[in-house]
Design a protein around this ligand. Structure first.
Ligand SMILES: Cc1cc2nc3c(=O)[nH]c(=O)nc-3n(C[C@H](O)[C@H](O)[C@H](O)COP(=O)(O)OP(=O)(O)OC[C@H]3O[C@@H](n4cnc5c(N)ncnc54)[C@H](O)[C@@H]3O)c2cc1C
Ligand code: SF4
Length: 545
């Protein structure tokens, strides 16, 4: 018997006369649902570990260990409270694991699953009455909030949603007005980081015997999965979650706002809190985190900026996921699906991008220091912060016309916080413009100037961001390829005007550079500054992007 099995047996209360509840892998909290209000001595929990889930995709080892270690610790914590636990090890879908239990224990209650993939798996049990679905109490907003805030949508806009939710909840509001006089302080939050204040080091945790056993299991059963396993960086217990949140409050939040968009080769997270993986498992509750931050004494730009991420963006993307059934049902005329293969997830691609994801995303050096740095961070930690995801990884993939679905599937396996409801809106909706302006106002693409301004990556790059960097050429080539599709986009008016003034010879060089970069990276080769220098442009004012 495993250490975990023995520990659970030793704590297990008498299971007789319990009302049973199925708790999915990402609802690990006794602060919501029946666990938060019913007598633990009357409750039984069904928890399922199945090999079926990790067999579906090559998830990062850190993610596998994170989910499993938290599930096991949650089981032990609940047993210690007097809740009876049925822990099931299975190799098939969750449905198959639950069927015999339902036959033995009677219908199980379950809070509605956040992941569509799990909802689809469980649907027959819901239809047959074996599972009784109750609302998921971890969310801060309702479908009604989403609908009311988007009176004229789709397209849907986060800022309208956020303003509505602030007003409805009264969070950061005084006398019906936003604290500080405006709802968003985003324009104040765009400083690059040059080393001061020093970037905080995430806490190193002490893995216990249960977590170490999970680590061994992952290394053993999933040896072929990518990514580095680092148990000291893996919050597994309730105490670990508290330690990470306390660290975030002290070290990150006071300067969260100003450096929110900064990137650095010296720190993969800078002043970002790294709590997304715990929020998505509900080891930290969004309601608690928002309440804590609203009650802290912080500069308003940091306080508001952080609350907007959780109360605004996190909730908004979930509503987009629900409203589109994971982008399978898109509003008429907003974003046509070009490849209707739905089995592996929706495949919208408004710009017609369908290229393969180049090997650099799996760790083969590309010669582009920004991309190589962020990819290395991701495989080392299962994490990187928002701007690196958006303005390096998704930007590069979009500039290269990589299939948005392929990129989404990569994000899904590479990041410890990825689940369909959150990764798909972020990559298909925000990162790649695969659904057009359905949830963002423009494609988030840029040339080298943005990366050079907001990061220190260029200091160690063989390319020069103002002269030889291929990314600027890719940017112009992207605008040229998609000019017709993007011509009505107001936010791209200036770049498209600049494109039209760009000399033909320069545009031809851009197109050649696109072909060269795409072919070189597809072959798993690194770009060289010498090869790029052959097409060396003079710097002109349009090169600033
Ligand atoms: C291309 C791309 C892919 C992404 N994939 C994921 C994903 O798979 N899972 C995920 O949780 N987030 C995803 N995000 C959103 C965001 O990048 C991460 O939530 C954030 O970087 C997590 O790090 P943090 O906890 O240090 O965040 P902080 O910057 O400290 O922010 C606090 C919290 O706000 C929430 N948040 C902020 N922005 C978003 C957002 N756009 N969507 C959802 N929650 C948000 C997160 O819960 C985060 O923990 C993605 C963003 C992009 C651009
Ligand atoms: S010079 Fe270009 S490729 Fe190199 S780090 Fe800067 S933006 Fe990236």
């Amino acid at each position: 018997m495993s250490r975990f099995g023995r520990a659970l047996r030793d704590r297990q209360p008498d299971p007789a006369g319990r009302r049973w509840l199925f708790v999915p892998y990402d609802q690990l909290s006794d602060g919501i649902g029946p666990l938060s209000r019913e007598d633990p001595r009357t409750l039984g929990l069904v928890l399922v570990e199945t090999l079926w889930k990790p067999a579906r995709r090559p998830y990062h080892k850190q993610k596998l260990a994170l989910v499993l270690a938290n599930l096991r610790h949650f089981a032990l914590e609940q047993a210690a409270r007097g809740v009876a636990i049925r822990h099931v090890a299975a190799s098939g879908p969750y449905r198959a694991a639950l069927e015999p239990l339902i036959a033995a224990l009677g219908p199980l209650r379950v809070m509605e699953s956040a992941e569509r993939e799990l909802r689809a798996d469980l649907a027959p049990l819901v239809a047959s009455g074996g599972l009784l679905v109750i609302p998921h109490e971890g969310w801060l907003t309702t479908a009604e909030d989403f609908r009311t805030s988007q009176r004229s949508g789709p397209p849907w806009r986060m800022d309208a949603f956020y303003r509505h939710v602030r007003r409805r909840t009264g969070i950061l509001m005084r006398d019906g007005k936003p604290v500080g006089g405006k709802f968003s302080f985003d324009p104040d939050n765009r400083l690059p980081w040059r080393g001061d204040p020093p970037a905080p080091q995430p806490p190193r945790l002490r893995p216990d015997a249960i977590t170490e056993e999970v680590g061994d299991l992952v290394e053993d059963l999933f040896a072929r999965h990518p990514g580095r396993l680092d148990l000291a960086a893996l919050p597994a217990t309730r105490q670990d979650a508290e330690a990470l949140w306390a660290w975030a409050g002290q070290e990150c939040l006071p300067v969260f706002g100003p450096y929110e968009d900064a990137m650095s080769s010296r720190s993969s997270g800078l002043f970002h809190t790294r709590i997304s993986a715990l929020l998505n498992l509900h080891r930290l509750l969004p309601s608690r985190v928002v309440a804590d931050v609203a009650g802290m004494t912080l500069p308003l730009a940091s306080q508001e900026g952080f609350i907007r991420q959780i109360l605004g963006w996190r909730e908004f993307v979930r509503h987009v996921h629900l409203a589109t059934d994971g982008f399978r049902n898109l509003p008429d005329g907003v974003a046509p699906i070009t490849q209707p293969d739905k089995d592996g997830g929706a495949t919208p691609s408004v710009l017609g991008a369908s290229g393969p994801l180049p090997p650099v995303f799996w760790g083969t050096p590309s010669g582009l220091a920004c991309l190589d740095r962020v990819v290395a961070d991701v495989w080392a930690e299962g994490y990187s912060h928002h701007i690196t995801r958006l303005m390096v990884l998704a930007n590069l993939a979009t500039l290269l016309d990589v299939s948005p679905r392929e990129l989404t599937d990569w994000f899904w396996v590479a990041y410890a916080d990825a689940y369909d409801w959150v990764v798909e809106p972020n990559v298909l909706g925000m990162g790649t413009y695969a659904v057009g302006d359905l949830m963002t106002t423009k494609p988030y693409v840029s040339g080298a100037a943005y990366i050079a301004r907001m990061s220190d990556y260029c200091e160690s790059c063989a390319f020069d961001p103002t002269t030889t960097c291929p990314i600027t050429r890719l940017y112009w080539a992207f605008l040229a390829r998609h000019e017709m599709r993007l011509r009505d986009n107001l936010r791209l008016r200036l770049p498209l005007q600049a494109l039209r003034k760009r000399p033909t010879a320069r545009r031809e060089e851009d197109a050649r550079m696109f072909q060269h970069v795409r072919a070189t990276l597809a072959a798993g080769s690194a770009l060289s500054a010498q090869a790029a220098a052959k097409a060396k442009p003079r710097r002109d004012r349009h090169e600033r992007n």
